[in-house]
Design a protein around this ligand. Structure first.
Ligand SMILES: [Ca+2]
Length: 433
């Protein structure tokens, strides 16, 4: 068994040891968010919260690895469970993923990815009947697991309306390149579990396969951009060759595992995907991701990708497009056991922490952002200036902080102004009193 591969179990053990000797203050990191952002506890008290999703009505579904699903409504946890499923929970097994139907408003369907026994995983659909899951329906049975490692469990609808799921190599790396198993694959199915005719691979007799892309080690989480781009986070191996990867994954492509980890080619049919980002020093297990398609954050984050790392407990950001990889930067420090990330009901981000039992909420709180080049009030402001003029800030107070009532209610209002001139982009911050 690979020590690092079994990432949840190994760290849990460390945490248990530290708890037992009273050192837990050293388990987690001190949280730290960028200027202008605010981190709060959205809901707490969960046992190993491993996945979450926001419904169109603003309720947030929180999935516990042990099989329970809770609903958070208006920032409080509903007293009755949505569902409690019988799942197999050894090592990395359990209730692992959730997806909400694109037509949820009319059909109320919610889908889960679960390890059912030591040798089977399933995709199961429930109907949301006033906050309770009913009409349990198996969408896909017989999905592989070894009852231990690399079960993955990513589950998302693409913009094409198809249901995608990810399964890791189940601890046998050679399976990732073999087409007769879903191990080490990203799969694409219809919402009813059938296989779409336009999937990229066919069996020797011409039947479409559910496989959308092959060659992944442990693609625990993935996310879609509005243009259909599928971004897969593939957890890296151990030792010097280890690379956590962010891959843009086209239909019919090959992620390369175990022939290549990170960047490189191998002697196979067709080119391997070259990851947009690889890292080994920034963390040790890449996890939840979300494309930021909202407007609550400043404009430079819109349309970009946020992701988590379970070992360094950090969140990272990268913009998408031509130079996506080069823009990958550390965004914030979280506390302990970050695994899933989703857009929250108010347009911020929510993430789960396995070890604290918390759902955290990240919002931008520094009033509005004005872009200097868009403002008529900023003639003469140069990017060389260290401080914004008081005149600029007072002229823009209402735009920055809302209205006078908002200013009075807040102890302070931090103005953040982005200066974009001559191709440079600088942020300036000033506290208004
Ligand atoms: Ca790869």
């Amino acid at each position: 068994m690979e020590a690092k591969a079994n990432f949840s179990y190994a760290l849990k053990l460390v945490v248990a040891i530290l708890f037992s000797v009273g050192w837990c203050s050293v388990c987690g990191a001190d949280e730290n968010v960028p200027d202008g952002f605010e981190l709060t506890t959205f809901a707490t008290g969960f046992t190993e919260p491993i996945a979450l999703a926001t419904a169109p009505d603003g309720r947030v579904f929180v999935v516990e690895k042990g099989g329970k699903v809770w609903i958070v409504k208006d920032e409080s946890i509903e007293p009755s469970l949505f569902v409690s499923m019988e799942v197999y929970t050894a090592s990395e097994c359990g209730l692992l993923g959730i997806a909400i139907d694109p037509n949820y408003t009319t059909n109320k369907f919610i889908y889960f990815f679960a390890t059912i026994t030591s040798d089977e995983q399933q995709i199961i659909r429930y109907t949301d009947q006033d906050g309770v899951g009913v009409n349990s329906t198996i969408i896909r049975a017989g999905l592989p697991t070894s009852g231990q490692l690399h079960n993955s469990g990513g589950l998302r609808f693409g913009p094409d309306g198809k249901l995608y799921f990810s399964i890791g190599d189940t601890g046998q790396s050679e399976l990732s390149q073999q087409m007769q198993t879903f191990a080490g694959k990203i799969c694409r199915i219809n919402a009813d579990g059938s296989t779409p005719d336009d999937n990229p691979f066919k069996t020797p007799t011409g039947t479409p396969r559910a496989i959308f892309a092959l060659g992944f080690r442990n693609p625990f989480r993935f996310c879609f951009a509005p243009d259909g781009g599928l971004y897969v986070m593939d957890v890296g191996s151990n030792g010097e060759a280890r690379r956590e990867e962010i891959n843009l994954v086209p239909s019919g492509s090959n992620g390369g595992w175990p022939l290549v980890e990170g960047v490189g080619q191998a002697d196979v049919e067709g080119d391997l995907i070259q990851p947009l980002v690889t890292y080994s020093d920034l963390g040790g297990a890449i996890t939840g991701c979300a494309i930021y398609d909202q407007t609550q954050f400043p404009s430079q984050y819109r349309g970009g990708l946020f992701h988590l790392d379970f070992v360094s407990n950090k969140m990272f950001f990268m913009s998408l497009g031509e130079n996506a990889g080069e823009s990958h930067t550390e965004f914030m420090q979280a506390e302990n056991g970050v695994v899933d990330l989703a857009i929250g009901p108010e347009g911020g981000l929510l993430y789960t922490e396995m070890f604290t039992g918390n759902i955290k909420r990240l919002r931008f709180s520094a009033g509005s952002v004005i872009t200097v080049e868009d403002s008529p009030d900023v003639e003469g402001i140069s990017t060389e200036q260290d401080n914004l003029s008081d005149e600029l800030l007072s002229e823009n107070t209402n735009r920055l902080c809302g209205n006078g009532m908002t200013l009075m209610m807040l102890p302070m209002c931090v103005a953040v102004v982005t200066l974009r001139k001559h191709g440079r982009s600088l942020r300036r911050k000033k506290t208004l009193r």
